[in-house]
Design a protein around this ligand. Sequence first.
Ligand code: COA
Length: 212
Amino acid sequence: MISLVPAPISSREGKFPGDPERYAAAMAARKDDFGRIRSPFEGSLVRLRAVEEEDLAPINEGIWDPRVTQHLSIVWPEAVAQTREVLDAIRAAESNLLLAIETLAGEFVGSVGLHGIDARSRKAELAIWIAREHWDKGYGTDAVRTASRFAFREMNLQRIFLHVYDTNPRAIRAYERVGFKEEGRLRRAQFVGGRYVDMVVMGLLGEDVIGE
Ligand SMILES: CC(C)(COP(=O)(O)OP(=O)(O)OC[C@H]1O[C@@H](n2cnc3c(N)ncnc32)[C@H](O)[C@@H]1OP(=O)(O)O)[C@@H](O)C(=O)NCCC(=O)NCCS
């Protein structure tokens, strides 16, 4: 009879009786994911986790920095209480997933969300921001990759898309490094800093992901 219960460690170690080092080396040499437990929320540089009450102040400070908001559709600063209301509303809707981004050492750096999660078409729109002092360290790319991997492998989504201003080459570069492709351009779709900017539509399918 086939047992559905995993074999105990001792019997798996029995492949190399009396030689735990050889067993450990054999497991380490495996190229697939099954030889170790890997958190679906962990990338190579960042970890995604639930947004906690103590994140509200850093979120408020980080997101309402004009160097950040110039790339987002939000415009004027809000008090922490309003930020809490917005986050609560986002989290209350089943079509949204919002996660804090922290370094592997546990420092909060930003947040990433999947919005408009569509059960029928298995797609969602990705949004991300990283606090200015943490830009250009690879965190954004790693967070987008980790959130996308989670969306495809754990939520069974098949398409992630986003809108990015064409005045934001840093974001476009980060998305391209994960495998997002430009799919179109909405001309003069947003008014930012006294002028209209084009919005680039980018999309990622499960098979497009680079560097898992
Ligand atoms: C966009 C954002 C999330 C990217 O996060 P990040 O941690 O700074 O990004 P990374 O460090 O992972 O990658 C940035 C890449 O852009 C490159 N880059 C930086 N400035 C650039 C520029 N002016 N032109 C082209 N590429 C640039 C970096 O070299 C890096 O590429 P590399 O890894 O090949 O060297 C972050 O900058 C941010 O929050 N910006 C403000 C809000 C925002 O734009 N959100 C997205 C809206 S669609």
